[in-house]
Design a protein around this ligand. Sequence first.
Ligand SMILES: [Cu+2]
Length: 812
Amino acid sequence: MKLQWAGILLGASVGGVNGMAKYMHEAMRGERISGYGKSDNPSWLPEFKDESRPYQGHRIPRTEWTLTCSSSAPGFPCKNAIDGKSTTAWRSDSSDKGHTFIVDLGAWYQVGAVVVLPPTDTDTEGLITQHKIWVSEDHEKWTGPVAYGMWPSVNRQRMSAFEPSSTRYLRITTDADKENPWVGIAELNIYGTLYTIPRDPALGAWGPTLDFPIVPVSGAQEGSGMLALWSSWADDQFHSTPGGKTVMTRWDPLTGDVSKRTVSETHHDMFCPGISYDGTGMMVVTGGNDASETSLYDSVNDEWIRATEMKLRRGYQASTTLSDGRVFVIGGSWAGASNVDKDAEVYDPATRNWTMLPEAKVSAMLTEDMEGPWRADNHGWLFGWKDLSVFQAGPSKQMNWYSARDNGSVKAAGYRMQDEDSMSGNAIMFDAVKGKILTLGGSPDYDKSWATDAAHVITIGEPGTPPKVEPAGRGGAMLYDRVFHTTVVLPDGKVAIFGGQKFGVAFNEENVHFIPEIYDPETNTFNKLQQNNVVRVYHTVSILLPDARVLNAGGGLCGNCTANHYDGQIFTPPYLLTASGQRRPRPEILSGLPDRTLVGSTLRFKTSGPISTASLIRLGTNTHTVNTDQRRIPLDVTATTFFGNTWKTTLPKDSGILIPGYWMLFVMDRDGVPSIAKIMMIGVDNRKTIQAAQDPLGMIEEENDVEAPIFPLLEGKVAIITGAAQGMGKATASVFLRAGAKVVIADVKAEHGAQVAEEFSALGEVCFLKTDISKSEDVQSLIKQTVSVFGRLDGAINNAAMSPDQNLLIDF
Ligand SMILES: [Cu+2]
């Protein structure tokens, strides 16, 4: 009881005296909920037999509620939604404007969930699918949506769970829907909590909740800027698969739109797959429930393509992309027989075919799982590295170097100090330039096994050489023992860790962690982040979004069970928030970054203000604690000479560090606030890649036409281009800059010339010199100044429109 009051008082301190009064009020209400006051006694109560119930939620009694609905069909009034009978319902009229349903709870509660039973006497008519939930203390200022998205289009109870906040009014809005011009509610219940979670923006913030029509067990940030998430053949289960299809949802962060589709064109139940972006930007999804299939996803064109089957049938394998853009896959005895060694094979995007690597033996990386071979080769911690190598950092206590050269090979790489087998732990390359990998938690056995808090930093160097292993954090430990947790590297190099449990049991929701933690490599410490209120354990995913927030989603997929989570929550890391919880102003990448570029390129770009650093993070693909795509490359940026806020950075030349595929480039200001990322396809050569991504969040101004990159032929050269204030001269200057040259724009038109130089400053080093090239002293001065500014002169293009009055051009 004491603890509970401490929580309430902490919460109160955030809201000040006024807040305090409210929270005390709620606390008393809370007592009333516990049975001291009157409450309704409905003949129907919500059942949580196929979804997770609101965590420690109390059904708020409905006797003092007042309802307002935007319309009611005759005979179906609002009040039917809370009359305790599932056989009567509120029904709206048919409207193409959408519908609104508002509940006045009559008092303040800490509200954290709403549960809706659709009309039971109709099939799919009247179902609320697209929805938004808003909350308010006073009916004036509405917060939200605290949850939004799409509920499944099947006739059963639906729920939105969100972070508890002080609420008296709750509003559900639905968009107009051609298929369901009217909506209905047979029973509506709202859940409160008897505790508050203190808000501290210095620890980050949770919300909103995204409601999905499926349980998201796998997911990927797309090159298109959207997010793809999927479950299995059904939205709530993977067993008894008929095979051949997968249900998916897609979230568009720009519009907030959540959509659903069934992918059957690749004949593949993509539950428990390996996922990797290949070197052309294609998402390669392998095996799982349909254990030999390969599906390709071109997210930019939203196209699923069937590829050749793998040589071996696999489920729970891991895959990783190699330095040449091919995909290496190993393990996966969960599906397709466990009496066969699931040695490595490699997928080539050029041929869309698989080749076995018979000497890249899986036997080197087996754990000693108590359940035997079908668990022992699951969920490898794989890192594609230099020269077609793969470093396998776990989960087996033995680490290994694999190679995809010739028939493949494997070589032992030592141990993570005293670490045990760490199944369903996490490993993440947070600094690829230095070869640094953080490993976190896991458990010796896949199921019914105690988690560890063990944390290590592994530094890898040349392939085949022994890595350095050091303890991470105080005593080499996280703050909590975790298994089935998920991990995301942030643009600033810190690593955020979400959820998981202390004793790992699939589809069990006990011993869970609500407090995420963050690893800071600078200080080598783990610190707490803001607590949430939704259980995220087995079958959850976390993905870094291009806006530098994180989606933490899913859990369950166990059919009629109480561990299904049809949702995800967005976590805003502390770097985006002020002390009072407002959004900090963030730097913007204005122009200059191409949609496509090559490993080793020099990039020049313009930002809205000063920046201190930049980083690349590869688009993440995550399922079952595995995200081999995610890795971070810190970038050095230098200011270019003449104009403010234009920058230059050079990408690593080694495609074992900068694995080809989709990357997000973030810039950070002096306070460490990250920009929205520019998504770029970074290739190893000019081989065909997927069409360039669009700016995912529409925040980046397309100032320069973005074309295929020009190979830096003129790197280091200095050129004068005359008459470059417009037309052909201007175009020539642009080409020279993009080819790496430093350019002097010479023109008699001072204003135009200066404008062009400013406009092109994002492309490279450029300056304007006013010159009348019909005067020889001007030309001499132009050359002198060029050499004094750039130190050399390699060439000049005389493009100036010389149409002298008296002489024919030939006379010059
Ligand atoms: Cu699973």
